[in-house]
Design a protein around this ligand. Sequence first.
Ligand SMILES: [Zn+2]
Length: 201
Amino acid sequence: MSGFLHRYLAHRTQSAHPTDIESKDRRCLNASFGDNDIWDDEFTSSEIEARIRKTKAALKEFGYDPFDVTTEEFYDYMTGPIFSDDPTTLRDVLGNEYIMIHELVEICELKKIGRKIDKNVIMETPKIPYYTAHLNAMETELKYALYKGDTLWAKIRLRQHKESVLDDDPNLPEELRPMAQELYEKYRKLAKQASEQPMTS
Ligand SMILES: [Zn+2]
């Protein structure tokens, strides 16, 4: 995948594109080489802090009460090693309100079950709680997109959920397949209904 439109489709659980690592800021490279200097080069912590603040306000307005997530926790979560390849960069995430919602909710869901948020949390959290957090994050993201009237985003993410999680994810625990399938069917229906509504004003 390349370019923003493609990148936002990719999730850390996606297993495709194992060789697509030419860019130095790819998270898979962070995973291979440990900490690098993208923090200093491309982001200031106040930029990340501002995005977190904005996303938390959006979540609160929407009825989800987020935990406090520090800039460091967010950065570590986004740049730590992951168990499959994902070309999404921190820049991609910071620039997209829906993905920000997704990642913040995912972090909050992991905090809720007592996980410490650091660079190793994804590798060290067992698959069932990790995927449960991911599916809850996906549901909140889809709900939020529909609340904002962004049916296109919801449809794109649902298609990606089907292709990269339901159809092709060797890490998805079988116990969670029904939950993942239900999420797909429920929100596909809701997105379809929402997109068929007549435009108002
Ligand atoms: Zn996720």
